[in-house]
Design a protein around this ligand. Structure first.
Ligand SMILES: NC(=O)c1ccc[n+]([C@@H]2O[C@H](COP(=O)([O-])OP(=O)(O)OC[C@H]3O[C@@H](n4cnc5c(N)ncnc54)[C@H](O)[C@@H]3O)[C@@H](O)[C@H]2O)c1
Length: 345
Protein backbone atom coordinates (compact mmCIF):
# COMPACT_ATOMS: atom_id res chain seq x y z
CA UNK A 1 0.00 0.00 0.00
CA UNK A 2 1.42 3.38 -1.03
CA UNK A 3 0.51 6.29 1.24
CA UNK A 4 1.09 10.03 0.88
CA UNK A 5 1.40 11.80 4.24
CA UNK A 6 1.35 15.61 4.09
CA UNK A 7 2.73 17.57 7.05
CA UNK A 8 5.28 14.78 7.55
CA UNK A 9 7.69 16.98 9.55
CA UNK A 10 4.85 17.97 11.88
CA UNK A 11 3.97 16.59 15.30
CA UNK A 12 1.31 14.09 14.19
CA UNK A 13 2.53 13.58 10.59
CA UNK A 14 6.06 12.54 11.58
CA UNK A 15 4.83 9.94 14.07
CA UNK A 16 2.26 8.65 11.61
CA UNK A 17 4.88 8.34 8.85
CA UNK A 18 7.15 6.47 11.28
CA UNK A 19 4.44 4.02 12.34
CA UNK A 20 3.22 3.39 8.79
CA UNK A 21 6.75 2.78 7.55
CA UNK A 22 7.41 0.51 10.51
CA UNK A 23 4.47 -1.70 9.65
CA UNK A 24 5.73 -2.00 6.07
CA UNK A 25 3.74 0.55 4.09
CA UNK A 26 5.38 2.52 1.31
CA UNK A 27 5.28 6.14 2.51
CA UNK A 28 6.01 9.43 0.77
CA UNK A 29 6.04 12.30 3.27
CA UNK A 30 5.88 15.93 2.19
CA UNK A 31 6.17 19.15 4.19
CA UNK A 32 7.16 22.73 3.43
CA UNK A 33 9.10 22.90 6.75
CA UNK A 34 7.78 26.39 7.46
CA UNK A 35 9.01 28.43 10.43
CA UNK A 36 5.67 28.97 12.21
CA UNK A 37 7.51 27.41 15.16
CA UNK A 38 11.15 26.45 15.78
CA UNK A 39 12.25 24.35 12.78
CA UNK A 40 14.68 22.36 14.93
CA UNK A 41 11.62 20.40 16.06
CA UNK A 42 10.84 19.52 12.45
CA UNK A 43 14.41 18.50 11.65
CA UNK A 44 14.51 16.43 14.84
CA UNK A 45 11.29 14.60 14.02
CA UNK A 46 12.50 13.87 10.47
CA UNK A 47 15.76 12.56 11.91
CA UNK A 48 13.78 10.16 14.11
CA UNK A 49 12.35 8.83 10.84
CA UNK A 50 15.87 8.46 9.42
CA UNK A 51 15.56 11.49 7.15
CA UNK A 52 18.42 13.95 7.20
CA UNK A 53 20.02 16.60 4.99
CA UNK A 54 23.51 18.16 5.24
CA UNK A 55 23.23 21.09 7.71
CA UNK A 56 19.45 20.49 7.70
CA UNK A 57 19.34 22.23 4.39
CA UNK A 58 16.44 20.38 2.77
CA UNK A 59 16.29 21.33 -0.91
CA UNK A 60 12.88 21.93 -2.40
CA UNK A 61 11.47 19.05 -4.48
CA UNK A 62 14.47 16.79 -3.90
CA UNK A 63 13.70 13.22 -2.77
CA UNK A 64 15.32 12.20 0.56
CA UNK A 65 15.33 8.49 1.43
CA UNK A 66 15.13 7.31 5.01
CA UNK A 67 18.15 5.53 6.44
CA UNK A 68 15.84 3.82 8.93
CA UNK A 69 13.00 2.55 6.77
CA UNK A 70 13.50 1.11 3.30
CA UNK A 71 10.19 2.42 1.95
CA UNK A 72 10.03 5.92 3.45
CA UNK A 73 10.89 9.01 1.41
CA UNK A 74 10.56 12.71 2.11
CA UNK A 75 10.14 15.68 -0.23
CA UNK A 76 10.07 19.33 0.78
CA UNK A 77 7.10 20.86 -0.99
CA UNK A 78 3.97 22.90 -0.36
CA UNK A 79 0.53 21.35 -0.87
CA UNK A 80 -0.68 24.54 -2.56
CA UNK A 81 2.00 24.16 -5.27
CA UNK A 82 -0.28 22.82 -7.99
CA UNK A 83 2.25 21.84 -10.71
CA UNK A 84 4.51 20.06 -8.20
CA UNK A 85 1.60 18.27 -6.57
CA UNK A 86 0.26 17.14 -9.93
CA UNK A 87 3.72 15.85 -10.89
CA UNK A 88 3.92 13.94 -7.59
CA UNK A 89 0.52 12.32 -8.07
CA UNK A 90 1.33 11.52 -11.69
CA UNK A 91 4.53 9.75 -10.68
CA UNK A 92 3.05 7.74 -7.79
CA UNK A 93 -0.17 5.86 -7.68
CA UNK A 94 -1.30 6.51 -4.10
CA UNK A 95 -3.73 4.13 -2.42
CA UNK A 96 -4.22 6.55 0.47
CA UNK A 97 -3.63 10.26 0.98
CA UNK A 98 -3.46 11.54 4.56
CA UNK A 99 -3.58 15.32 4.80
CA UNK A 100 -2.06 16.61 8.03
CA UNK A 101 -0.38 19.67 6.50
CA UNK A 102 -2.11 22.81 7.69
CA UNK A 103 -1.52 26.11 9.32
CA UNK A 104 -2.42 25.02 12.85
CA UNK A 105 -3.12 27.12 15.95
CA UNK A 106 -6.23 29.01 17.03
CA UNK A 107 -4.56 32.16 18.35
CA UNK A 108 -2.22 32.63 15.38
CA UNK A 109 -5.22 32.76 13.03
CA UNK A 110 -6.02 36.11 14.60
CA UNK A 111 -2.48 37.38 13.91
CA UNK A 112 -1.88 35.98 10.41
CA UNK A 113 -5.16 34.93 8.75
CA UNK A 114 -3.68 34.68 5.24
CA UNK A 115 -1.47 31.74 6.21
CA UNK A 116 -4.69 29.78 6.80
CA UNK A 117 -6.10 30.68 3.42
CA UNK A 118 -3.02 29.40 1.60
CA UNK A 119 -2.46 26.07 3.38
CA UNK A 120 -5.87 25.12 4.73
CA UNK A 121 -8.10 26.21 1.87
CA UNK A 122 -6.03 26.59 -1.30
CA UNK A 123 -3.73 23.69 -0.42
CA UNK A 124 -6.65 21.49 0.51
CA UNK A 125 -8.36 22.21 -2.81
CA UNK A 126 -5.21 21.21 -4.71
CA UNK A 127 -5.20 17.91 -2.78
CA UNK A 128 -8.86 17.27 -3.53
CA UNK A 129 -8.28 17.97 -7.20
CA UNK A 130 -5.29 15.61 -7.26
CA UNK A 131 -7.33 12.87 -5.55
CA UNK A 132 -10.03 13.41 -8.15
CA UNK A 133 -7.79 13.53 -11.22
CA UNK A 134 -5.44 10.73 -10.24
CA UNK A 135 -8.15 8.36 -8.93
CA UNK A 136 -7.01 8.12 -5.31
CA UNK A 137 -9.43 5.68 -3.63
CA UNK A 138 -9.30 7.11 -0.08
CA UNK A 139 -8.47 10.55 1.38
CA UNK A 140 -8.08 10.99 5.13
CA UNK A 141 -7.73 14.54 6.47
CA UNK A 142 -7.27 16.35 9.78
CA UNK A 143 -10.17 18.39 10.97
CA UNK A 144 -10.30 19.62 14.56
CA UNK A 145 -12.35 19.68 17.76
CA UNK A 146 -12.36 23.46 17.31
CA UNK A 147 -15.24 23.06 14.81
CA UNK A 148 -17.52 22.58 17.84
CA UNK A 149 -16.92 26.24 18.71
CA UNK A 150 -18.87 27.32 21.77
CA UNK A 151 -21.19 24.29 21.75
CA UNK A 152 -22.46 23.71 25.29
CA UNK A 153 -23.62 20.12 25.01
CA UNK A 154 -20.95 17.58 25.97
CA UNK A 155 -19.60 15.19 25.04
CA UNK A 156 -19.35 16.49 21.49
CA UNK A 157 -20.88 14.16 18.92
CA UNK A 158 -20.19 14.11 15.21
CA UNK A 159 -23.86 14.84 14.48
CA UNK A 160 -23.92 18.04 16.58
CA UNK A 161 -24.42 21.33 14.76
CA UNK A 162 -21.03 22.87 13.97
CA UNK A 163 -22.01 26.14 12.37
CA UNK A 164 -20.63 28.48 15.02
CA UNK A 165 -16.82 28.55 14.76
CA UNK A 166 -15.07 31.15 16.91
CA UNK A 167 -11.74 31.32 15.07
CA UNK A 168 -10.71 31.47 11.43
CA UNK A 169 -8.73 28.28 12.05
CA UNK A 170 -11.93 26.46 13.03
CA UNK A 171 -13.75 27.98 10.05
CA UNK A 172 -11.10 26.58 7.66
CA UNK A 173 -11.40 23.12 9.23
CA UNK A 174 -15.18 23.18 8.90
CA UNK A 175 -14.70 24.33 5.29
CA UNK A 176 -12.45 21.33 4.67
CA UNK A 177 -15.24 19.04 5.84
CA UNK A 178 -17.68 20.68 3.44
CA UNK A 179 -15.27 20.69 0.49
CA UNK A 180 -14.37 17.04 1.05
CA UNK A 181 -18.02 16.05 1.32
CA UNK A 182 -18.83 17.53 -2.05
CA UNK A 183 -15.77 15.97 -3.74
CA UNK A 184 -16.71 12.58 -2.35
CA UNK A 185 -20.25 12.98 -3.70
CA UNK A 186 -19.18 14.34 -7.09
CA UNK A 187 -16.26 12.04 -7.84
CA UNK A 188 -17.02 8.96 -5.76
CA UNK A 189 -13.81 8.54 -3.77
CA UNK A 190 -13.92 7.64 -0.07
CA UNK A 191 -13.16 10.43 2.41
CA UNK A 192 -12.63 10.34 6.17
CA UNK A 193 -12.28 13.50 8.27
CA UNK A 194 -10.76 13.26 11.75
CA UNK A 195 -11.62 15.78 14.43
CA UNK A 196 -8.50 15.62 16.59
CA UNK A 197 -8.77 16.67 20.24
CA UNK A 198 -5.75 18.43 21.88
CA UNK A 199 -2.82 16.16 21.14
CA UNK A 200 0.22 16.04 23.45
CA UNK A 201 3.36 13.97 23.95
CA UNK A 202 7.03 13.79 22.96
CA UNK A 203 7.93 16.00 19.97
CA UNK A 204 4.77 18.05 20.61
CA UNK A 205 4.15 21.49 19.19
CA UNK A 206 6.05 24.31 20.90
CA UNK A 207 3.05 26.65 20.48
CA UNK A 208 0.79 24.43 22.59
CA UNK A 209 0.25 24.53 26.36
CA UNK A 210 2.24 21.43 27.44
CA UNK A 211 5.45 22.69 25.79
CA UNK A 212 4.89 26.35 26.68
CA UNK A 213 4.13 25.50 30.31
CA UNK A 214 7.03 23.08 30.71
CA UNK A 215 9.51 25.55 29.27
CA UNK A 216 8.27 28.36 31.53
CA UNK A 217 8.11 26.20 34.68
CA UNK A 218 11.70 25.10 34.20
CA UNK A 219 12.85 28.67 33.61
CA UNK A 220 10.94 29.95 36.67
CA UNK A 221 8.90 32.19 34.39
CA UNK A 222 5.15 32.76 34.79
CA UNK A 223 2.76 30.55 32.86
CA UNK A 224 -0.26 32.28 31.34
CA UNK A 225 -3.50 30.72 32.53
CA UNK A 226 -6.50 31.98 30.59
CA UNK A 227 -10.04 32.28 31.94
CA UNK A 228 -8.60 31.97 35.46
CA UNK A 229 -7.83 28.30 34.71
CA UNK A 230 -11.49 27.49 34.26
CA UNK A 231 -10.94 25.52 31.03
CA UNK A 232 -10.92 21.82 30.28
CA UNK A 233 -9.44 19.89 27.40
CA UNK A 234 -9.74 16.35 26.18
CA UNK A 235 -5.95 15.82 26.12
CA UNK A 236 -5.07 12.85 23.92
CA UNK A 237 -1.70 11.17 23.83
CA UNK A 238 0.09 11.14 20.46
CA UNK A 239 0.38 7.34 20.23
CA UNK A 240 -3.38 6.95 20.68
CA UNK A 241 -4.00 9.57 17.99
CA UNK A 242 -1.68 7.84 15.52
CA UNK A 243 -3.08 4.40 16.31
CA UNK A 244 -6.62 5.70 15.73
CA UNK A 245 -5.57 7.36 12.48
CA UNK A 246 -4.08 4.09 11.21
CA UNK A 247 -7.30 2.25 12.08
CA UNK A 248 -9.18 4.80 9.98
CA UNK A 249 -6.72 4.44 7.09
CA UNK A 250 -7.52 0.72 7.12
CA UNK A 251 -11.27 1.24 7.25
CA UNK A 252 -12.49 3.40 4.34
CA UNK A 253 -16.17 4.37 4.40
CA UNK A 254 -18.42 2.42 2.05
CA UNK A 255 -21.04 4.43 0.17
CA UNK A 256 -23.87 1.93 0.78
CA UNK A 257 -23.38 2.26 4.55
CA UNK A 258 -23.25 6.08 4.64
CA UNK A 259 -26.01 8.71 4.62
CA UNK A 260 -27.11 9.59 1.05
CA UNK A 261 -24.81 6.83 -0.24
CA UNK A 262 -21.80 9.16 -0.09
CA UNK A 263 -18.60 7.42 1.05
CA UNK A 264 -17.82 10.13 3.59
CA UNK A 265 -17.35 9.89 7.35
CA UNK A 266 -16.31 12.23 10.11
CA UNK A 267 -14.92 10.88 13.39
CA UNK A 268 -14.01 12.44 16.71
CA UNK A 269 -10.67 11.15 17.89
CA UNK A 270 -9.90 12.00 21.50
CA UNK A 271 -9.47 10.38 24.89
CA UNK A 272 -13.05 11.08 26.10
CA UNK A 273 -11.68 12.13 29.48
CA UNK A 274 -11.62 15.92 29.72
CA UNK A 275 -9.04 17.29 32.15
CA UNK A 276 -9.27 20.56 34.03
CA UNK A 277 -6.38 22.80 32.98
CA UNK A 278 -5.26 23.21 36.61
CA UNK A 279 -5.08 19.40 37.02
CA UNK A 280 -2.95 19.20 33.90
CA UNK A 281 -0.61 21.85 35.34
CA UNK A 282 -0.39 20.01 38.69
CA UNK A 283 0.59 16.83 36.91
CA UNK A 284 3.33 18.70 35.05
CA UNK A 285 4.55 20.29 38.30
CA UNK A 286 4.68 16.87 39.97
CA UNK A 287 6.77 15.37 37.18
CA UNK A 288 9.05 18.40 36.91
CA UNK A 289 9.31 18.62 40.71
CA UNK A 290 8.86 22.34 40.47
CA UNK A 291 5.94 24.66 41.17
CA UNK A 292 4.71 26.94 38.38
CA UNK A 293 4.50 30.73 38.76
CA UNK A 294 0.93 31.36 37.65
CA UNK A 295 -0.34 34.44 35.85
CA UNK A 296 -4.14 34.41 35.66
CA UNK A 297 -5.58 36.12 32.60
CA UNK A 298 -9.04 36.61 31.05
CA UNK A 299 -10.42 34.39 28.30
CA UNK A 300 -8.54 34.68 24.96
CA UNK A 301 -10.40 35.55 21.77
CA UNK A 302 -10.88 32.44 19.62
CA UNK A 303 -10.55 30.01 22.56
CA UNK A 304 -13.27 27.64 23.71
CA UNK A 305 -14.10 26.74 27.32
CA UNK A 306 -14.08 22.98 27.03
CA UNK A 307 -13.53 20.10 24.65
CA UNK A 308 -14.83 16.58 25.23
CA UNK A 309 -15.01 13.91 22.54
CA UNK A 310 -17.66 11.26 22.22
CA UNK A 311 -15.71 8.53 20.39
CA UNK A 312 -18.35 5.81 20.21
CA UNK A 313 -18.58 6.03 16.45
CA UNK A 314 -14.84 5.47 15.98
CA UNK A 315 -14.85 2.66 18.54
CA UNK A 316 -17.78 0.90 16.87
CA UNK A 317 -16.36 1.18 13.35
CA UNK A 318 -12.69 0.52 14.03
CA UNK A 319 -12.23 -0.80 17.59
CA UNK A 320 -10.31 2.34 18.63
CA UNK A 321 -9.59 2.45 22.37
CA UNK A 322 -7.13 5.02 23.79
CA UNK A 323 -4.56 3.35 26.03
CA UNK A 324 -2.46 6.08 27.62
CA UNK A 325 -3.69 7.77 30.81
CA UNK A 326 -2.92 11.42 31.49
CA UNK A 327 -0.50 10.45 34.28
CA UNK A 328 1.41 8.08 32.02
CA UNK A 329 1.30 10.47 29.06
CA UNK A 330 2.70 13.39 31.03
CA UNK A 331 5.35 11.15 32.56
CA UNK A 332 6.49 10.12 29.06
CA UNK A 333 6.29 13.71 27.80
CA UNK A 334 8.39 15.13 30.65
CA UNK A 335 10.95 12.32 30.28
CA UNK A 336 11.33 13.23 26.62
CA UNK A 337 11.40 16.96 27.36
CA UNK A 338 14.31 16.53 29.80
CA UNK A 339 16.21 14.17 27.48
CA UNK A 340 18.92 14.98 24.96
CA UNK A 341 16.40 14.25 22.17
CA UNK A 342 14.60 17.54 22.80
CA UNK A 343 16.25 20.20 20.61
CA UNK A 344 14.57 23.02 22.56
CA UNK A 345 15.54 21.93 26.07
N1 LIG B 1 -2.01 18.89 17.52
C1 LIG B 1 -3.29 19.05 17.83
O1 LIG B 1 -3.67 19.09 19.02
C2 LIG B 1 -4.33 19.15 16.74
C3 LIG B 1 -5.67 19.27 17.13
C4 LIG B 1 -6.64 19.37 16.14
C5 LIG B 1 -6.28 19.32 14.79
N2 LIG B 1 -4.96 19.22 14.46
C6 LIG B 1 -4.64 19.20 13.03
O2 LIG B 1 -3.82 18.08 12.76
C7 LIG B 1 -2.89 18.37 11.72
C8 LIG B 1 -1.48 18.13 12.20
O3 LIG B 1 -1.25 18.95 13.35
P1 LIG B 1 0.13 19.02 14.09
O4 LIG B 1 -0.16 19.28 15.52
O5 LIG B 1 0.99 17.88 13.69
O6 LIG B 1 0.69 20.37 13.48
P2 LIG B 1 2.17 20.75 12.96
O7 LIG B 1 2.15 22.22 12.74
O8 LIG B 1 3.20 20.20 13.88
O9 LIG B 1 2.24 19.97 11.58
C9 LIG B 1 1.78 20.49 10.38
C10 LIG B 1 2.92 20.41 9.37
O10 LIG B 1 2.40 20.87 8.12
C11 LIG B 1 3.41 21.64 7.50
N3 LIG B 1 2.72 22.55 6.57
C12 LIG B 1 1.96 23.63 6.87
N4 LIG B 1 1.48 24.20 5.76
C13 LIG B 1 1.94 23.45 4.72
C14 LIG B 1 1.79 23.53 3.32
N5 LIG B 1 1.07 24.49 2.76
N6 LIG B 1 2.40 22.59 2.56
C15 LIG B 1 3.14 21.60 3.11
N7 LIG B 1 3.33 21.50 4.44
C16 LIG B 1 2.73 22.41 5.23
C17 LIG B 1 4.14 22.35 8.60
O11 LIG B 1 5.46 22.69 8.24
C18 LIG B 1 4.10 21.32 9.72
O12 LIG B 1 5.28 20.56 9.79
C19 LIG B 1 -3.17 19.82 11.31
O13 LIG B 1 -4.07 19.82 10.24
C20 LIG B 1 -3.85 20.40 12.54
O14 LIG B 1 -4.68 21.48 12.20
C21 LIG B 1 -3.99 19.13 15.39
Amino acid sequence: MKILVTGAAGFIGSKLSYMLAQRGNEVIGIDNINDYYDVRMKYGRLKECGITAPDNNFEWHKVYSSSRFEHLQFIRMGIEDRPQMEALFREHSFDKVVNLAAQAGVRYSIVNPYAYLESNLQGFLVLLECCRNFQVPHLIFASSSSVYGLNQKVPYQEEDQVDNPVSLYAATKKSNELMAHCYSKLYGFAVTGLRYFTVYGPWGRPDMAPMLFTKAIRAGEPIKIFNQGNLSRDFTYIDDIVEGTIRVIDCPPVAEECPNQIAYKIYNIGCSQPVQLMDFIHELEKNLQCEAVKEYLPMQPGDVYQTYADTHKLKTDTGYQPQVSLQEGIRRFVNWYLSEDNPLK
